[in-house]
Design a protein. Structure first.
Length: 723
């Protein structure tokens, strides 16, 4: 039992899955609402005005159903939804009634902005009717476009996916309307399927109201397509020959360090994508460049473990949902972390060529990536790395799969990682509740690796509106080191038990209360404790106005088996430490022109005291301009030394239109004493083409003053040719 502490839990979970599978098979099919798709007979002018004859003849969703604040109630305002299609396009038309047009909250025009804090229309499409995947599109009254992929069995979404599509909006005295045009070539779908699962949602921000067409239940997420409605009478879409050629031309001018001469480079690149049917695509990339990618946001780190930074590069982000592995595994391991390819120690490693294939055949989803990277000084040798992922849909909403990676991104050694996972999911537990159980196992092999290179884990989850309860266990061997993955700590048993009770009191001012308890425990493989944390939230209230305030108490402990340098010239000796931290947090409703969040952690810390103060402030005087300030200040007073960490950022966004934005982001931290500026202009001159202008300027602050450190100017022109 000590060696395999999760065996009894796994046995219990397997029994539960077996019984729930039988239950799910006996459950009657959900009665889905339907909407017939109208035919496009003439070209639709994309202007947001629903005045073409086709709109007058098409079937209509006359009314949605309220989800927030009163589940199942009639919506405050009427919403009319229609859909048209021909062999090339799918067009959505929505009219949103508004009795107070001046109260419309629309504060951004940026591509992929967070639209959850403003009025929006959001739709999800499942062209395979599998209930596990889908495409998300959202637009606000200013025409800002957001697109994403359904990930994590419908529990989350990946906004880094970008498709070719367009939208226009129009406002009048009675509300606002929208037309969304999605080319069939931008979607993967099952050939010959004339019915797709579909759902639509509207948010009225000034009322903090959410209305939905199908399955208006708080216990199910909107993007869970297993309970979506149905679009019927879809045509046979024409994909042509399925070829997309995306050439780009990049001009770079850079000064790498003080005193260096400027270097100039003109670099052509190309991505070639060939669709092999309606739901399989292969992309070849040559001389790959990521010039338009935004810089990473700097972070402070008071732990002894590395931080995880997100992937931002388009080649790797496309259909990245296919490579997600192991429900619950991300708490301790990411077996395929694409930032390992082409990046190391903060430096870029050239990707000479890459191949990516993703798709679906029947109920089998698959993806593969192979990349050849070049040599950089003594940092990296030329090498080839890759990943293969296969995931099979089983039962009604569940899946099982395998993953394999090979190669060392630095080209210094040989190794591979392989594993399998299974996730049971149902949205029909006790009738209409979510319940998930996930198992996963991985092994790594390296030439000089130690014997214990294995890892496995389990997660049991009951994520619903009133109660959200989850248990996670993982075991990682001392030698478990996936060369293309991310593992912050090895040689551990990891336990986490969390529960949130979120009642909705019938109070005038309070919408929902979140009472939270999360217990986290790490032990080494001999059973000796390494870390623990008990996070509690006796108060976490969200008000009807949109404001929120929270108070936390968090007892925690760290057992250091070697000294830990937490800051420059401040080293904490080995030994056990126990302390209790406290937090106060308050948030101004994001619907306001001036919104923000402030958080203050305080109390004992490693036999001393630590204040962690963070704040963000967002001022949106109009749709044209947004100003954002973020700041973190850590003040440690320890017996082993004092330290202060400062990190500040300031961002200015100018939104001239949904297709033209300029963004300036300035960051400073006192650990590196560097000021970095990232200036980025993006002009989408066509749904198929973009122009990026980027200027990065870095300065170093010293006691004598501020000095130039480096700069870089980038110009990138890219266009998609589709056949």
């Amino acid at each position: 039992m000590k060696r395999y502490p999760a065996l009894y839990l796994i046995s219990f979970a397997l029994s539960a899955v077996t019984s729930l599978t039988a239950f799910g098979q006996q459950d009657s099919l959900y009665q889905r609402p339907t909407l017939e798709v109208g035919k496009i007979t003439n070209k639709i002018k994309l202007d947001g005005v629903l005045d073409e004859p086709e709109w007058r003849q098409a079937s209509v969703i006359e009314r949605l159903t309220m989800v927030e604040p009163q589940q199942g109630a009639a919506p405050t305002l009427q919403t009319r939804v229609q859909v048209l299609a021909d062999k090339d396009f799918l067009v959505f038309g929505v009219y949103c009634e508004e009795t107070s047009p001046q109260g419309i909250v629309s504060i951004s025009k940026v591509r992929d902005a967070n639209l959850s804090n403003q009025d929006y229309i959001r739709l999800v499409l499942d062209p395979f009717q599998d209930g596990r995947s889908g495409f998300i599109f959202s637009v606000n009254p200013a025409g800002a476009r957001y697109d994403a992929l359904v990930t994590n069995q419908g529990e989350s979404e990946d906004k880094n996916w970008d498709a070719v599509w367009d939208a226009r909006t129009y406002r009048d005295s009675a509300g606002w309307s929208i037309e969304i045009m999605i080319p069939a070539q931008s979607l993967s779908f099952k050939r010959g399927l004339h019915e797709w699962w579909f759902n639509i949602e509207r948010r009225v921000q000034r009322l903090l109201e959410v209305d939905r067409w199908s399955n208006p239940s708080r216990d199910q997420w909107f993007i869970q397509t297993s309970r979506a409605g149905v679009l019927t009478h879809l045509p046979d879409f024409d994909l042509g020959i399925g070829l997309n050629v995306r050439p780009a031309l990049i001009f770079k001018e850079a000064i790498a360090q003080p005193g260096a001469k400027a270097s100039y480079k003109l670099k052509p690149t190309v991505d070639i994508t060939q669709r092999l049917g309606s739901n399989v695509a292969t992309t070849l990339t040559f001389n790959t460049d990521f010039a338009e990618t935004e810089v990473d946001t700097r972070q402070t780190n008071l732990t002894r473990f590395p931080l995880l930074f997100p992937e931002k590069r388009a080649f790797f982000l496309d259909r990245i949902d296919v490579f997600n592995f192991g429900f619950g595994a991300s708490s301790t391991v990411t077996p395929f972390f694409s930032r390992r390819i082409g990046l190391a120690s903060g430096r870029e490693i050239p990707i000479n060529a890459g191949l990516k294939t993703t798709g679906r055949i029947g109920n089998t989803n698959f993806g593969a990536v192979v990349a050849h990277t070049g040599e950089v000084d003594e940092l990296a040798n030329q090498t080839t790395t890759g990943v293969v992922r296969v995931r099979q849909n089983v039962l009604r909403e569940s899946s099982a799969g395998v993953l394999f990676t090979f190669g060392d991104p630095l080209g210094k050694q040989q190794g591979w990682t392989g594993g399998a996972d299974f996730t049971f999911q149902t949205t029909r537990f006790q009738g209409n509740k979510n319940f998930l159980v996930g198992f996963w196992g991985l092994t790594t092999q390296q030439k000089n690796g130690s014997a214990d290179q294995n890892a496995f884990g389990i997660k049991i989850d009951y994520p619903n509106d009133r109660w959200d309860i989850a248990f996670t266990y993982s075991r990682l061997g001392e030698g478990f080191e996936p060369l293309l993955g991310f593992v912050p700590r090895r040689g551990i048993h990891f336990w986490r038990l969390g529960a949130t009770f979120a009642p909705r009191p019938e109070w005038k001012l309070v919408r929902q209360m979140f009472h939270e308890l999360f217990l986290t425990y790490y032990a080494n493989l001999d059973g000796d404790w390494e870390s623990y944390r008990v996070f509690t939230a006796p108060i976490n209230w969200r008000l009807e106005s949109g404001e929120r305030f929270e108070f936390n108490i968090a007892p925690q402990g760290e057992q250091l088996f070697r000294p830990f340098e937490i800051a420059e010239n401040v080293t904490i000796p080995e030994g056990p430490y126990h302390f209790v931290r406290y937090r106060l947090e308050a948030q101004i409703a994001s619907k306001r022109k001036l919104s923000g969040l402030t958080s203050w952690w305080f109390g004992p810390f490693y036999k001393g005291n630590l204040h962690e103060i963070s704040a963000s402030l967002l001022w949106r005087p109009s749709e044209l301009a947004n100003f954002e300030f973020t700041g973190v200040r850590n003040m440690g007073n320890l017996p082993f030394g004092d330290f202060i960490q400062n990190l500040v950022g300031f961002r200015v966004q100018l939104n001239f239109s949904p297709n033209l934005q300029a963004n300036t982001y300035v960051q400073y931290d006192n650990e590196t004493d560097q000021i970095g500026t990232n200036n980025r202009l993006r002009w989408t001159f066509s749904p198929l083409g973009d122009l990026f202008v980027v200027y990065n300027h870095n300065m170093r602050t010293l006691s004598e003053g501020t000095f130039f450190n480096s700069n870089q100017f980038l110009l990138k022109l890219v266009y998609n040719f589709r056949k």
